[in-house]
Design a binder for this molecule. Sequence first.
Ligand code: PXP
Length: 254
Amino acid sequence: MTAPKLRLGVNIDHVATVRNARGGALPDPTRAALMAIEAGADGITAHLREDRRHIRDDDMARLKAAISKPLNFEMAATEQMLDIALRIKPRAVCLVPEKRTERTTEGGLDVVGGHNHLAPFVSELTRAGIRVSMFIEAAGEALEASKSVGAPVVELHTGAWCHAREIGDAALAEREFERIRAAAATARALGLECHAGHGLDFDTARQISGLPEIVELNIGHFLVGEAVFIGLDAAVRRMRAAMDEGRRAAGVKA
Ligand code: PXP
């Protein structure tokens, strides 16, 4: 079985979280982005949240100017974020739901109920040459709705699966993984490029890499945490190796 190369997008949000804990300039998320690219990242992902709790506006501008690989700008569908994205012109935008009180992005976008709100964002960003993806739950309706809103790419939320693994609920983890597997196959059938992310670690990244329809993983929190122990360079290299191993073990050739 052949499949496109599986890309690794490294999310550097939590380097900014550590920086902001002291309010200074260090550690610098741009330095982390350059190091991740050096270690094999195919792109850099950063989420400019409405409350700027980690990445700030100037980080986005500096990242765009500094990195040689594609920048994936995660944002909520708001007018303010649209203006910023159109100014920064990242290679890609991933539209995500955002609630002020959440600790991280909980659940996928409501593309079904939000069609009329989301459609103009997708078309404006697309007109500007930015590839738009929708961060969605692994469900048929969300995939159909993403297609109908005009997005060429979906990113499947892997949080529920990773959480089930983390708490040792094997039956739930299996059901969640099957949901992701089915959604990835549906995405391909609909002609949507399929990405995945949220909560992935070495083991879950290895397993999900066996799904040939998935062509990009976006991984942040675990890598930044692992960097504390083994360094960012080693963490990214090990992640790349885990992904390649997962593809190989499933008999998927690039
Ligand atoms: N993909 C999307 C759309 C996200 O919102 C996030 C979290 O910011 C990630 C991937 C990465 O998740 P994690 O930091 O848990 O690896």
